[in-house]
Design a protein around this ligand. Structure first.
Ligand code: HEM
Length: 111
């Protein structure tokens, strides 16, 4: 959350001093001025600078630990669960949430 210290125009809206502003960082990954076809989930889309870990003075202090943990966890899962894939009998997953965005569940099958 952020609190403007003076009135400011942002995205066509006026924010007033003292307002509480909740920013959905996840929306930045859908920025059509940055990516072609931003609504298509594509892990191979071109890499450009992003703000998943914020930027500037409040940039995430855990960025390197988070990336290392993610790599170790995903490698362990992929090594130990052969032929891991979405459960074809389950409903298609969807992502939700304001601050932490994730699927409520991700049914998978393997082996
Ligand atoms: C995938 C995992 C993570 C993501 C996506 C993430 C994302 C972020 C974001 C967007 C911010 C900025 C918040 C803001 O400006 O309001 C932040 C701040 C921060 N993160 Fe993370 N984070 C992750 C993991 C971690 C881990 C593992 C740690 C520590 C072990 C950590 C420690 C911090 C701290 C201390 C700040 C505050 C920095 C400051 O305000 O100066 N984060 N993180």
């Amino acid at each position: 959350m952020r609190t403007p210290t003076r009135a400011v125009e942002l995205g066509g809206k006026t924010l007033h001093a003292g307002d509480t502003v909740v920013i959905n960082i996840g929306a930045a990954n859908h920025d059509e001025t940055r990516w072609d076809d931003p609504e298509t989930f594509d892990i191979f889309r071109p890499q450009v600078p992003h703000i998943a870990f914020a930027s500037g003075v409040h940039m995430c202090l855990g960025i390197h630990l988070a990336r290392m943990e993610t790599m170790v966890a995903l490698n362990a899962i992929l090594d130990r669960l052969p032929d891991l894939r979405l459960d074809p009998d389950a409903e298609a997953p969807y992502i939700t949430g304001m601050v932490f965005r994730a699927p409520p569940a991700l049914p998978v099958v393997f082996g």
